[in-house]
Design a protein around this ligand. Sequence first.
Ligand SMILES: Nc1ncnc2c1ncn2[C@@H]1O[C@H](COP(=O)(O)OP(=O)(O)O)[C@@H](O)[C@H]1O
Ligand SMILES: [Mg+2]
Length: 306
Amino acid sequence: MVERGRVVGVLMGGLSTEREISLATGQAVIAALRERGWYTIGIDVGRDLPDQLRANRIDVAWVALHGRFGEDGCVQGLLEMLGIPYTGSGVLASALAMDKIATKRHLQALPEITLARDAVVRVGQPLPDILPCVVKPAVGGSTIGIAKCTTADELEAAVAQALALDAQVLVEELILGDEITVAVVDGQAMPVVRILPESGFFDFEAKYTKGLTRYEVPAAIDSHTWERAQSAAVAAYEAIGCSGLARADFMVRNDGEPVFLEINTLPGMTATSLSPMAAGATGVSFPELVEKILHGAHVMSPEQGS
Ligand SMILES: Nc1ncnc2c1ncn2[C@@H]1O[C@H](COP(=O)(O)OP(=O)(O)O)[C@@H](O)[C@H]1O
Ligand SMILES: [Mg+2]
């Protein structure tokens, strides 16, 4: 366990399209750690991160990055090499969870998890016959580059747009129904949260503009859906090999079955984000959750360090 008196570096910002969101997460985490009495330094992550880590002499890293280079195992690999314990998932789990195609292929045999029918498209390949559908770049987040399509023309345009962001694109059957999410902390499922976007689509705007989405916690859904969602979230967390906090997203099919979309290894962590909201429903405050995640910080193979 990380002891008080250690220097905590909060890694934030970064190089991805989710930089601004990460800065908000980082500021919230710093405020929470300071409130709990931790000596904390904010580190804005750039290409000079190795120099910054050496110069700041941190004892432990609270990783508050989202998206590429931060959530995908890259920063985790660097921290492993430097022997600095860090919060959250390790290299492999981060990399797997970052890629929606790799994640789905990894989870497809698990009885706890139901997946939407899909096809993968690369440049020059024919379009699949899945309509209506959702088109997503394999790697990404915050609904960037995601489009819903009902016609073949829309599908063609959406795939072209997504291929500009990624070499592989996931075309997934559209699931109409409630959207729910389940945070998992140290292997324990938190209460299910139902997401009710005004527009019907939980896109970038709905995610980050106050008042455009209503959140229901605990979700008023039937107990079968609740239990399936919690057990699917924990099964995904374990199969991917996550640590600390992760959050799985689902669409509830009209027969009540939650259809797994993705698992996020670095979900948003401002005081009003989904995971703190869910943990709050169990009586865990935001600063307590941030500190709990800090206590889980580790390196994969400390005994093999230099
Ligand atoms: N198969 C699907 N059917 C219906 N809606 C979907 C589907 N896949 C994604 N969505 C919608 O798009 C949003 C973003 O998709 P998601 O896979 O969670 O990627 P990310 O959050 O990384 O951008 C979801 O929150 C949901 O609103
Ligand atoms: Mg999502």
